[in-house]
Design a protein around this ligand. Structure first.
Ligand SMILES: Nc1ncnc2c1ncn2[C@@H]1O[C@H](COP(=O)(O)OP(=O)(O)OP(=O)(O)O)[C@@H](O)[C@H]1O
Ligand SMILES: [Mg+2]
Length: 318
């Protein structure tokens, strides 16, 4: 048996945006997610993190490529089989305000997930299960008949987590689950997610903008740039020995708490703007902003290669 819960191969998701133009949101991405691990995915806005997440769950149909869940290629599954598999894979969204229906009670928001998969035999059973889930995420089960607006941002995110857990999934994509929350609340939600992972044996794909946020929660981290994974490694290895110039730049942007070290911190400021995913640069997509770029980078796309055991980088100079 493989240690991988999910195997992603050459995944592409392009959007047709009219005038014969194609936006390459996810452009040939391959990686594995191991059972029980948290894989962090970082990269600046628009690099394709959410699109990759949605395509991995088949909320979007892929343009090309393969996603295997427990060895099964999910894009080959027909309606009923796909529906059954959807139970195993859930998503927690960035905005706990927008992702909960304001006209539904908490009981019905969570209960709806149970209904879709026929998981509650009776009304009593449904109520019992909703209360159990609220308790699991640290909310008062007596509040099941309240509406989303009666809860704080952190509590609403807990409701979103309870909804995802209702169907007993194996895998959850957390798409920037804490970035809309007050800093003071963020750690509580991260702690809850980690506790649930231990208790329930969950596997996470954890999407975030910045590297400092995923450092502690992730076992491994993948860095994306313009629809591609440019580096992937164990979390501690990536932070200690980044090899891709883009990762180095991202890391150099993180302030260091020690004022003496902070004073000597060398910031790598990237030149130029983020190119459009409609017309990405030839060769290496990062070359237009890369301090190391040479002629080779314009003509040859660097493949993601293993430069050290478990450490993969897509750079000609790594
Ligand atoms: N449904 C869509 N139709 C057309 N283009 C889309 C669609 N969804 C996303 N895009 C484009 O695909 C690219 C990747 O978007 P995506 O939302 O995946 O990025 P992201 O990394 O999640 O960004 P953020 O950090 O801001 O959430 C962007 O250029 C975006 O404009
Ligand atoms: Mg996103």
């Amino acid at each position: 048996m493989s240690d991988n819960l999910i195997e992603i191969r050459h995944l592409k998701k392009f959007f047709n945006i009219g005038k014969n133009q194609t936006l390459k949101a996810v452009n040939d991405v391959s990686f594995n997610i191991r059972k029980g691990e948290t894989l962090g995915v970082v990269g600046e806005s628009g690099c394709g993190k959410s699109t990759a997440g949605r395509t991995i769950l088949r909320l979007y149909e892929p343009t090309d490529g393969e996603v295997k869940f427990g060895g099964t290629n999910i894009y080959k599954l027909s309606g009923s089989k796909m529906k059954a598999l959807r139970r195993e894979m859930q998503m927690i969204f960035q905005d706990p305000y927008a992702s909960l229906n304001p006209r539904m009670t908490i009981q019905d928001i969570i209960g709806e997930a149970l209904d879709i998969h026929n998981l509650a035999g009776s009304k009593v059973e449904r109520k019992r299960r909703v209360e159990e889930l609220l308790d699991l995420v640290g909310l008062n089960p007596d509040h099941a008949t309240r509406y989303p607006h009666e809860f704080s941002g952190g509590q609403r995110q807990r409701i979103g987590i309870a909804r995802a857990l209702a169907v007993d999934p194996k895998f959850i994509i957390c798409d920037e689950p804490i970035s809309a929350l007050d800093v003071s609340i963020q750690a509580q939600v991260v702690n809850l997610l980690q506790e649930l992972q231990r208790k329930l044996g969950l596997t996470y794909l954890f999407i975030a903008h910045d590297l400092s946020m995923v450092k502690h929660i992730s076992d491994r981290v993948a860095v994306m740039y313009l629809g591609k994974v440019v580096e992937i490694a164990e979390s501690s290895e990536l932070y200690a020995n980044p090899t891709h110039p883009y990762t180095k730049a991202l890391l150099s942007a993180i302030p260091i708490p020690d004022p003496d070290i902070e004073a000597t911190r060398e910031r790598i400021v990237l030149s130029g703007d983020l190119p459009s995913p409609v017309n990405p640069p030839s060769g290496c997509h990062f070359r237009t902003r890369c301090p190391l770029a040479s002629e080779k980078c314009a003509t040859m796309e660097p493949p993601l290669r293993e430069t050290k055991s478990g450490h993969w980088t897509a750079c000609h100079f790594a």
